[in-house]
Structures are given as structure tokens and as C-alpha cells.
Design a protein around this ligand. Structure first.
Ligand SMILES: Cc1cc2nc3c(=O)[nH]c(=O)nc-3n(C[C@H](O)[C@H](O)[C@H](O)COP(=O)(O)OP(=O)(O)OC[C@H]3O[C@@H](n4cnc5c(N)ncnc54)[C@H](O)[C@@H]3O)c2cc1C
Length: 325
């Protein structure tokens, strides 16, 4: 028996989300004596060890996935592979790919689906019990999956890492029967965010809101982000007013993130903003208003003016780093 993990590993690049979904699948597989099979795009042999220590038993390398981006076509090919192999459990990361692909696949296979799972599920004789957060992180709910085929997606940054000592990892070239794509990617343009990690994967995020008063003041945010190696983000009005690009907007209608550190500067902490960031491990709030709602969700708070506090913080971190390097 195998648990199948679909990853967005392409061009030999392994992102954290992919490793988390493999770890998650392995914790499931150990409960039902199954092996973990991982679908990837192009992957070099020297990367197999990374997947192996995350818990994979077999790499299914499908080179055709490198350039194929039609999720409907992928779901069609995967459905026929899953049925031909008698696979009952499929795991995704709850990232862009998993959010798009898992529901279509569930529809095709008449499978049960639980998305955005935050803990390792429990395999019971009558079904799989899994916990996910609901109402923008304000509550958690337990679901039971009883369908014959079961699809699970794991919320990024929810599970802690373990190193697995598999004696070996097998490798196989997988020929998925991908249909003629209805959607083709014709060009990829990288945004000018330089070397910053993309927001969904960032461990450190410096975010600012309307309290910054205008786009011309973002230099202090970028300086702080640079000194700690963070990615920048913003509240929705800031993106709506074109002070910052829309891909930086976090919250209910923007990107949901769960970094290790989220520094919120001049952001009030409206519920729609919190919905996208309150899974962060540590939240630091800098705001002039001691009654700003964000302070209720903060681990550390500074009541003060961003234009004074942020440059001082940047300077202090810079000096600390210099004296410790
Ligand atoms: C359906 C819907 C969906 C939404 N989705 C989102 C979403 O996804 N993401 C999102 O962010 N919002 C979203 N919103 C908007 C949300 O309700 C808030 O309006 C928004 O988050 C407020 O942005 P802000 O905190 O930057 O601005 P404000 O609410 O104006 O807050 C600015 C803060 O800056 C502080 N401040 C002012 N000057 C300084 C200074 N010099 N130094 C330090 N602090 C200072 C103020 O005290 C204040 O707390 C949504 C709203 C709706 C209705």
C-alpha cells in the first residue's frame, strides 16, 4: 500500500511545503504500514536524499510536469494513475498547487477531501480523523473522512520536522498520460523583489499598513526587512492605493501566511488582516495607538511612532549583527 504525495518540485528545486507534505504523509503511512511515493517534476539524484530524510520511500519523477501547467489535465492524468494503482490516500500541501488541484481530483475520484490540516491525522478503523482551523484561525474543527479514496492537504508551517532514516529511496520515471493542455504558460516574469523569499514560504515577514502614510516612506520597512533577511508584506488598503504591489497584500482576501516572525508596523489589526497572519509563530506589533486591536494578538508590542521606532530597531539589529559576526 502507498500514500501518494503530489509536490511542486520542479527543476530540482525542493521547497519547504513539499518537504512538509512528505513528512505529513510519512506520519500517516507509519500508522497504516504504507510506503510514501512522491510525484515530482525533474529531480537530480543528489536531491533524492533530501526527500528520503523527509520520509519518502519512492520518487516518481515525471519530467512532463516541468512545463505542463493545466491543473485540469494533471487531475485527469493523476486520477487514471491513482485508479490503476489502487491508491487510496493522496496528500498535497495546502499551497497554490494543492488548493487548485486537490478539489478537482476529489471530484474526479469521488473522493473525500480535507484541506488545510494543521495536525497529523489519526487513522482509525472507520476513517481518518483530522483537525483544521476554521473561521480565519479563530477555532479548530475535527473532521472524519470515511470515503474509499481520501485526499488530505496540509497547511504550510503546521507540523514540526523530523529526520527519517530510510535505508534507501527508490526512483522511477513516471509517464503520466497528460492530455492536450487547455491552458499554456507562455512567459514567466520575475517580480523585482530581489532575493527575498516568496511570501507564502517566508520565515520572517516585515509588514506595514496605512500608518506609514504614503509609499515614499517604505524605505524604513525595506531597511528593516533587509537587515533581518525578511520578506515585505502589507495590509490591503496599502495595496489598493498602489503604495505597494498586490502580491504583498496579506489577509483574508490576500495571501495567508504562517511565518516564524511577523512584524506588523502601522497596521490596526482588523479581523480580515488577522485572518491571514494569526498563524504566525511570533507577532510583533508597532503602533502609536495603545488600543489598536492588533496588540491583543501580539507576542511583543511597541507603542510608538513607526518613524522613530523602526529606524532605531534596524540600527540596533545592524549593530548587534556586526558585533556578533
Ligand atoms: C471583505 C473584506 C476583506 C478584507 N480583506 C483584507 C485583507 O485581506 N487584508 C487586510 O489587510 N485588510 C482587509 N480588509 C480591510 C480591513 O478591514 C482593514 O480596513 C485594513 O486591514 C486596515 O488596514 P491598515 O491597518 O493598514 O489601516 P488602518 O486601519 O487605517 O490602520 C492604520 C494603523 O496605523 C497606526 N498608525 C498611524 N500612524 C502610525 C505611526 N506613525 N506609527 C505606527 N502606527 C501608526 C494607527 O494607529 C492604526 O492602528 C478587508 C475588508 C473587507 C470588508
Amino acid at each position: 500500500m502507498a500514500i501518494l504525495v503530489y509536490t511542486d518540485i520542479r527543476n530540482n528545486t525542493v521547497k519547504k511545503n513539499a518537504l512538509e507534505s512528505i513528512q505529513f504523509a510519512r506520519a500517516c503511512a507509519d500508522q497504516c504500514n504504507a510506503a510514501v511515493h512522491v510525484i515530482t517534476g525533474k529531480i537530480e539524484q543528489n536531491t533524492h536524499g533530501v526527500l528520503q530524510s523527509a520520509g519518502a520511500h519512492r520518487v516518481l519523477e515525471c519530467e512532463a510536469l516541468e512545463s505542463y501547467t493545466d491543473v485540469n489535465g494533471i487531475s485527469e492524468a493523476m486520477a487514471s494513475y491513482i485508479l490503476s494503482q489502487g491508491i487510496q490516500h493522496i496528500v498535497f500541501s495546502y499551497d497554490y498547487t494543492g488548493k487548485a488541484l486537490a478539489p478537482i481530483l476529489a471530484g474526479r475520484l469521488n473522493a473525500g477531501l480535507i484541506t488545510g490540516i494543521t495536525h497529523i491525522p489519526v487513522f482509525k478503523p472507520d476513517g481518518i480523523e483530522a483537525v483544521k482551523t476554521i473561521f480565519g484561525g479563530k477555532a479548530s474543527a475535527t473532521y472524519v473522512l470515511k470515503s474509499e479514496i481520501r485526499i488530505l492537504s496540509v497547511l504550510p508551517n503546521s507540523i514540526s520536522f523530523t529526520q527519517f532514516e530510510n535505508s534507501e529511496i527508490q526512483h522511477e520515471h513516471l509517464l503520466l498520460k497528460l492530455p492536450l493542455a487547455k491552458v499554456k504558460r507562455i512567459e514567466v516574469k520575475q517580480n523585482n523583489s530581489g532575493a527575498m523569499a516568496p511570501l507564502p514560504e517566508a520565515e520572517l515577514v516585515v509588514s506595514a499598513g496605512r500608518g506609514l502614510k504614503g509609499p515614499e516612506h517604505w524605505g524604513i520597512i525595506e531597511d528593516l526587512a533587509k537587515v533581518i533577511g525578511a520578506t515585505t508584506a502589507c495590509s490591503r488598503p496599502v495595496a489598493d492605493m498602489h503604495w505597494r504591489p498586490h502580491h504583498e497584500h496579506v489577509g483574508q482576501t490576500g495571501i495567508a501566511i504562517r511565518p516564524n516572525l511577523y512584524i506588523a508596523i502601522g497596521i490596526s489589526g482588523a479581523i480580515q488582516h488577522l485572518a491571514g497572519v494569526n498563524g504566525s509563530k511570533t507577532i510583533v506589533v508597532i503602533n502609536t495607538d495603545k488600543d489598536a486591536p492588533f496588540f491583543k494578538s501580539a507576542d511583543f508590542g511597541v507603542i510608538g511612532d513607526a518613524f522613530t521606532v523602526v529606524p532605531k530597531l534596524t540600527e540596533a539589529i545592524y549593530r548587534f549583527k556586526n558585533s556578533n559576526s
